[in-house]
Design a protein around this ligand. Sequence first.
Ligand code: 8YV
Length: 311
Amino acid sequence: MTETVAIGSYKDHERAALDAAFAPLHLDHVGALADLPQDVRESVRAVAYKGHRPFGAAEMDLLPALGIIANYGVGFDAIDVAAARARGVAVTNTPDVLNDDVADLAIAMWLMQVRETEHASRWVREGQWKARGEYRLNRQASGKRAGILGLGRIGREIAGRLQGFKMDIHYHARSEKETPGWTYHADPVALAAAVDVMFVALVGGSATAGYVSREVIEALGPEGVLVNISRGTTVDEAAMLDALETGRLGGAALDVFLNEPDIDPRFFAIPSVVIQPHQGSGSAETRAAMAALQRENVAAFLAGLALPTPV
Ligand code: 8YV
């Protein structure tokens, strides 16, 4: 009997820990569920999910005894939570344990963009420093105006770090928060117009798709920088590419894209873009904590206990 299925590409040590705890059946991707024999599908009660492909009603209906989808990651936009609710399937995620890593990377990417550290490093490696002298001047990071789009757990960590950079903090969220000294904007376009750099820390999913619209991008403007550590879907990517290529947006620092990892090759030709391979939570320490929390959710479900982190 197969009680648990682990879907996705787990590191060897994560896989070993899953095997020790649940002896799951491993599948590379959610599409492989359809290939399982019916008796196997009917015995599955828990899925440990690590992936960004949609896990929707059709996949859930392949597993009639399913009781939990334990997601590896804080963002659960790949999982149709309404379809899960309708079927009595619990969904859990791995919040909080990755806040520091993701906020750290947001700050690092912003500094890379404005101080041009990637280009400057290449200047040295390619012998240009010796041959041609000083690297070109770039832009100051500290003391500017920062906007946070989405003031959830990760957005707050980013804002907290930015205070150390003597930034003026502005934000847009669904509602105004108790944040003395920070400026609330009811409209994302107004936020973009008020700041030098905007950090996108929204949740993913249909509710925020294209939230960073053409208007928001234009309001950020030729001197503005967009940093995205949330989901590629939150930004109108076509509008962003157009604006970057024509200088109507000053720059971008992106850890997330549409169609990862097969991202739009236009990004590669734009020098003002910092590109990261969706590695916000990707330190060994944080991934260990995420994997452990995912396992704790599966274990609690199988033992009939309260789930540590339901969504
Ligand atoms: C991924 C993430 O889950 O937590 C999230 O929402 O985007 C990441 O941590 C991770 O890349 C594993 O797929």
